[in-house]
Design a protein around this ligand. Structure first.
Ligand SMILES: Nc1ncnc2c1ncn2[C@@H]1O[C@H](COP(=O)(O)OP(=O)(O)OP(=O)(O)O)[C@@H](O)[C@H]1O
Ligand SMILES: [Mg+2]
Length: 280
């Protein structure tokens, strides 16, 4: 698979060179592949956001390099192109919504790209349609639920037609329904629109829907692989302080009780199928 983002020996210190410098990333080598949904997880302070901010050059490496489609974020002249390729959505949508009406908000990015008006209108319509937000078109953002605001923030990024959208804990402030709908939108953008998704999250029920996951610990990549194989390595996962998906927890419990359930089951449906087989 083609690399969309590559970090090589990426190291980053906040307040570098001062007596209270913070080592936020250390020697990170990781890739984001074109077309995948990648989850980045890990405990608070493990470096997820710092890593994600390197993907679109909001931060530039202390040491090492970050390449987006081969363009290094260290070269200033690459930054406009990199920011066209990678869109970012943050935890708090209020910081990303700038206009008094939803459609104006979504038009903001394309306007800044200097696109002609008909294309802006087309992109706004497309983004609203793709995320199923047409009804909200004329609403003021402050009337919306947190989940709807976050969807509008994503639509704003989508209207810039990025190849990759990085979502930094987009569901942290949402209720369960908002969280579910947001995850569905991310999956939809990936499967139907071919957009590469990087999802930073604490929620294992989101991680299990991703193609691959990275577990960060103390600024380094601790584990990397498809969720099913990561959760087979339960001792290592426990050490990182991560939760287990509910199906993995139940599967482990049953296995300890002597039931013949294979390790690495992370989806509830697979666990049910496996239990049904035992019965027959
Ligand atoms: N602006 C900043 N100035 C100084 N230190 C910072 C800053 N932002 C983050 N840090 C520190 O860098 C380290 C990595 O933080 P980062 O925010 O990347 O982690 P995270 O995994 O995203 O955490 P969370 O789950 O809480 O969002 C932590 O030690 C954090 O305290
Ligand atoms: Mg963070």
């Amino acid at each position: 698979m083609e690399k969309l983002i590559e970090t090589t020996n990426l190291t980053y210190f906040y307040r570098s060179g001062t007596k209270d410098q913070v080592k936020a990333l250390y020697n990170v080598n990781m890739n984001v592949f074109q077309g995948e949904i990648l989850a980045i997880t890990g405990q608070n302070g493990s470096g997820k956001s710092t890593l994600a901010r390197h993907f679109n050059a909001l931060l530039t490496p202390g040491q090492g390099e970050v390449f987006v489609k081969g363009l290094s974020t260290v070269s200033k002249e690459n930054i406009p192109e990199i920011r066209k390729i990678i869109g970012m959505v943050f935890q708090n949508p209020d910081n990303q919504l700038v206009s008094s009406i939803v459609e104006e908000d979504i038009a903001f990015g394309p306007e800044n790209l200097g696109l002609p008006q008909p294309e802006i209108i087309e992109r706004v319509n497309w983004a609203l349609h793709t995320l199923g937000l047409e009804e909200l078109r004329n609403e003021p953002p402050h009337n919306l639920s947190e989940g709807q605001k976050q969807q509008v923030a994503i639509a704003g990024v989508l209207a810039m037609k990025p190849e990759c959208i990085v979502l930094d804990e987009p569901t942290a402030h949402l209720d369960p329904r908002g969280r579910r709908e947001l995850l569905e939108s991310a999956i939809h953008l990936n499967r139907e629109e071919g957009i590469t998704i990087v999802l930073l999250t604490h929620f294992m029920n989101e991680v299990i829907h991703c193609d691959r996951m990275i577990v960060m610990e103390n600024g380094s990549v601790k584990m990397e692989g498809p969720p099913g194989s990561i959760f087979c390595r339960s001792k290592e996962v426990k050490k990182t302080g991560l939760d287990f998906p509910i199906a993995a927890q139940i599967g482990d419990g049953l296995r300890r009780e002597g039931f013949d359930i294979k390790p690495g089951i992370i989806h509830t449906e697979d666990l049910i199928a496996s239990l049904c087989q035992l019965k027959s």
